[in-house]
Design a protein around this ligand. Structure first.
Ligand code: AGP
Length: 628
């Protein structure tokens, strides 16, 4: 939530910062703003609404040219999305500018203190207090990094802060606690950003920052480069008390084009199309020449995995749906009891965990606060945590005992697509690996599923080639108010995912149900011509499941529903009850979500487009949810 960029170098800071904000706009788009240090002073511009509003404002009221700057794109927490609440926030003298992601929980007390000392605060945000506190500290110590350390020690809550001061024109300072911030360095320039996407066009050398650290970027012609710096710029990292911190540098393996639309109208369309590759990439290097699994990065010893007596999966939103499918795979292949729980609920019910519990935290961004808090709680109770994550160096991956990275590449559209499919692949890998290590499946059985998993990327490709009728159908339903989704077994989480996609993109009433639950209440919703999507399990799996859903289709059709049936090729039993039939390739029962989800993604994207909605940036949402 909220995207932050900071820059020190030789180029126009405004250009670099605005380009960076464009890449971070998926994090929030309620307002945006920039500040540039130039001519011994500080100039700022900010505007409510999308970044394009700020760009127009800057054309009408250009800022002076400078090579040090910061910027922000906001997802509102404290105070509505107005010009006044947009970041950066300045002190009364207009010498300090600060941008912020997170929530400062003790801001009210700090604001009252500042007011008593004569400060005039003009916004409704929690952030503004930081600008004033920094100005006060700077006036006594004359050093922005030290001021940041002093201020951070007084703050409660979660925050990433990035600030500049007109008296230090070559310096940008950042700080983080429980909220993301990465450093990029190269070519005599340095960057701070919520996500590497903001600077990937300039450098692929990055530095991870730990919790409770302050970083100073300083233009330093001929300097040593500092910790992790480069010629022309120094990077210094300390804790909140000024003690030097160890940093880890890494190379970003995404290239700049991965974060571009590449000719598609929306990132979501591009990301849907990238799924076959993302699925294949997530398997790369994890299967040995004999067809068995080698998950070297899972640094939890096999001896510990053999002792696991319970698995708990924690995640939010789409990742939670992947977790629901993981439960079915883990229990089926390993016979270890597995629970899947919404991360936001997990720690508040005082879950029973111990050293024999394996907690799997699934997160695309690796920054979701609910999931982070759940994994911290699990570790405090002695459980081992394995993260399934798409973002190298993210907080969740750093704080887990082990990480299995999904290789989806950057996912920019707020609605998750390729991340979901790769999370599923990673969940299957973990489940099979547990089965392999514990011997709950024979080696040849594991290798058989691995072979089927390896073939899935081609099947996803095939599904994508047949999506035109789905798009046409979606357009024809653009004026409907409600769509229901039904599924059983692995089809149930897929139904929930289809409904979530439609809610977030088309702003329609969309609900997913376990098909068997229908008769316990939701069937009352069925009325004439109501579209109901039915995800049909493979008839080659547990035939009883298949037969039951065919009965459910008859029940709803008898009450007037218009059925949109997703069923595998060759399943003729569904034909008489399908008003619209979407065919998917036959796959093993547990792997079906990898193909059955794709039409639902396309359906939601097309329906949202037909309703004139913003596909990549749906209202009220942000991609990375870094508040609880
Ligand atoms: C779904 O399309 C969402 N954007 C959302 O539910 C998302 O999956 C959830 O917020 C979890 O995010 P994470 O994977 O980054 O933790």
């Amino acid at each position: 939530m909220c995207g932050i960029v900071g820059y020190v170098g030789g180029q126009s800071a405004l250009d670099v910062v605005v380009a960076g904000l464009k890449r971070l706009e998926y994090r929030g788009y309620d307002s945006s703003g920039v500040a540039v240090l130039a001519d011994g002073g500080l100039a700022a511009g900010k505007k409510a609404g999308k970044l394009v509003n700020l760009e127009k404002e800057l054309v009408g009221r250009p800022l002076p040219a400078g090579a040090t700057g910061i910027g922000h794109t906001r997802w509102a927490t404290h105070g509505g999305p107005t010009d006044a609440n947009a970041h950066p926030h300045l002190d009364n003298a207009g010498r300090v500018a600060v941008v912020h992601n997170g929530i400062i929980e003790n801001f009210a007390v700090l604001r009252d203190e500042l007011a008593e000392r004569g400060h005039e605060l003009v916004s409704e945000t929690d952030t503004e207090v930081v600008a004033h506190l920094l100005a006060e500290s700077f006036s006594s110590c004359g050093d922005l990094a030290e001021s940041m350390r002093l201020v951070c020690r007084r703050l409660e809550g979660a925050f990433t802060l990035v600030a500049v001061h007109a008296d230090e024109p070559d310096v940008v300072v950042g700080a983080r606690r429980n909220s993301p911030l990465v450093v990029g360095v190269g070519g005599g320039e340095a960057f701070l950003a919520s996500d590497v996407a903001a600077f990937i066009a300039h450098t692929r050398s990055a530095i991870e920052l730990g919790q409770d650290q302050v970083v100073e970027l300083r233009r330093d012609e001929g300097g040593s480069g500092g910790v992790g710096g480069a010629a022309g710029v120094s990077v210094t990292v300390t804790d909140f008390h000024g003690a030097p911190a160890e940093v880890r540098s890494y190379r970003i393996d995404w290239d700049a084009s991965a974060a571009e639309k590449g000719g598609y109208d929306y990132f979501m369309l591009k990301e849907i199309a990238e799924q076959p590759k993302a699925v294949a990439d997530t398997l790369l290097g994890r299967i040995d020449s004999g067809g068995s699994l080698t998950l070297d990065e899972v640094r939890i010893p096999d001896s510990v995995l053999r002792e696991v007596d319970k698995v708990v999966v924690v995640a939010c939103g789409t990742a939670f749906h992947a977790g629901m499918i993981a439960k079915l795979a883990i229990e089926h292949w390993t016979r270890i009891p597995c629970e899947t729980e919404l991360a936001s609920e997990f720690r508040y019910r005082d879950p029973i965990l111990d050293s024999r519990t394996l907690v799997i935290a699934i997160s695309q961004s690796g920054e979701t606060m609910d999931t982070l808090m759940a994994l911290r709680h699990a570790r405090e109770q002695g459980a081992k945590v394995l993260a399934i994550c798409n973002t190298n160096g993210s907080t969740i991956s750093r704080e887990s005992d082990a990480v299995l990275y999904t290789h989806a590449g950057p996912e920019v559209a707020v609605a998750s697509t390729k991340a979901f499919l790769t999370q599923l692949v990673a969940c299957y890998l973990v489940a099979l690996y547990l089965a392999q290590v514990r011997g709950s499946k024979w080696g040849d059985e594991v290798r058989g599923v691995v072979r089927e998993l390896s073939a899935i990327s081609g099947e996803v490709e095939r599904v994508l080639e047949t999506m035109e009728p789905v798009r046409e159908l979606a357009r024809s339903l653009a004026r409907k108010n409600t769509v229901l989704f039904l599924g059983r077994h692995v089809g149930y989480p897929v139904a929930l995912e289809g409904a979530l996609k439609l809610k977030e993109l088309a702003y329609m009433h969309a609900e997913g149900f376990a098909a068997g639950e229908l008769k316990h209440g939701p069937i009352a919703l069925i009325e004439d011509d109501l579209p109901v999507v039915v995800v049909v399990p493979s008839p080659r799996g547990r035939s009883v499941l298949h037969d039951k859903i065919v009965s459910n289709m008859q029940e709803i059709r008898a009450r007037g529903a218009r059925t949109i049936v997703i069923a595998e090729e060759g399943d003729e039993a569904v034909v008489p009850y399908a008003d619209h039939l979407i065919r998917i390739p036959a796959t093993p029962t547990l792997l079906q979500p990898l193909v059955s989800t794709v039409p639902l993604q396309v359906f939601a994207c097309e329906l949202a487009t037909a309703r004139g909605n913003e596909v990549d940036q749906p209202r009220n949402l942000a991609k990375s949810v870094t508040v609880e």
